[in-house]
Design a protein. Structure first.
Length: 284
């Protein structure tokens, strides 16, 4: 994040903004010429780094204010690494092999599960059941742009749920009410069993109000407004292992049927966020 602070006693107006080029990008809301920073206040611009190749990258974000001072430039850098966890055996999540339900829609090479709108629920389900043994799923979770809720889930559902499966909105994360196990990425503390407003959990059911968790972890990077966050989920000898941004955060015994429907869900309630799932790779 880039934070622009105005420590003066009068409002400051940006007269020029130069946003970074790919693989960096600005996440909405985006600052622009005419953006006003009130006295003794600040604005934050969230930036995303999404390289399509390995190696180092650099860029910059530049702003000019109506103070007569020269432009201020913030240097950006990042290193792209080749993903090694999952060599996908399934069609892309944007193809017709996956069914979109509720508020889910295509968004470039990703699926937007919910827009920035309250009371929304969306899911995308791979239409063919998969063996749950030695299943490995990698994906990028991109959450933000709204007022802060609720989160998204990777779902391993009972095949009887069908490809039209769509769970509850709000704290249900598009999963609540469905039969199966979910790995949740939650950005809202509902006060009903949630350990914080930024955690990962393994859920076995729930409703719009709350989910039932086998395990949770708050030892994770910030999920909201951080751009695409890489997540890896693996079924190993009856246990579900979850890694976020390359670090293992959960390892919990679970009970899964021999076959599962793989899907992703998300929900918003009185607050909202855009929930995107992309770069889905599945090894089975």
């Amino acid at each position: 994040n880039v934070v622009l602070s105005n420590t003066g006693d009068s409002a400051l107006t940006l007269s020029g903004v130069t946003l970074p080029a790919a693989p960096f990008s600005a996440v909405a809301p985006v600052i622009a010429s005419g953006t006003v920073i009130p006295a003794n206040s600040s604005v934050t611009q969230v930036l995303r780094f999404a390289p399509t190749a390995s190696g180092p990258f650099s860029g910059s974000l530049s702003v000019t204010a109506n103070t007569g001072q020269p432009a201020i430039s913030v240097a950006l850098s990042g290193t792209g690494a080749t993903a090694s966890g999952c060599a996908s055996t399934l069609p892309a999540v944007t193809t017709s092999s996956w069914q979109r339900n509720g508020s889910a829609s295509l968004s470039g090479s990703a699926v937007q599960l919910t827009p920035v709108a309250t009371g929304a629920a969306g899911s995308v389900i791979y239409t063919t059941p998969l063996s749950s043994a030695n299943l490995r799923i990698c994906f990028d979770a991109d959450i933000g742009g709204g007022s802060g809720a609720d989160g998204m889930a990777l779902m391993l559902l009972n095949p009887t749920a069908g490809p039209g499966a769509l769970g509850a909105a709000g704290s249900g994360l598009g999963y609540g009410g469905l039969s199966g196990v979910a790995v949740t990425l939650d950005t809202y503390d509902s006060g009903a069993g949630d350990p914080s407003d930024n955690f990962v959990g393994i859920a076995t059911g729930g409703s719009t109000a709350a989910l039932t968790y086998l395990a949770t972890s708050t030892a994770i990077p910030t999920l909201e407004g951080a751009g695409p966050v890489p997540v890896e989920v693996e079924v190993v000898a009856g246990r579900l292992v979850v890694r976020v941004a390359g670090s293992q955060v959960l390892d919990t015994a679970v009970s899964l049927p021999g076959q599962v429907l793989l899907g992703f869900g998300a929900g918003t309630g009185g607050l909202d966020n855009r929930h995107l799932v992309g770069n889905v790779r599945v090894a089975n």
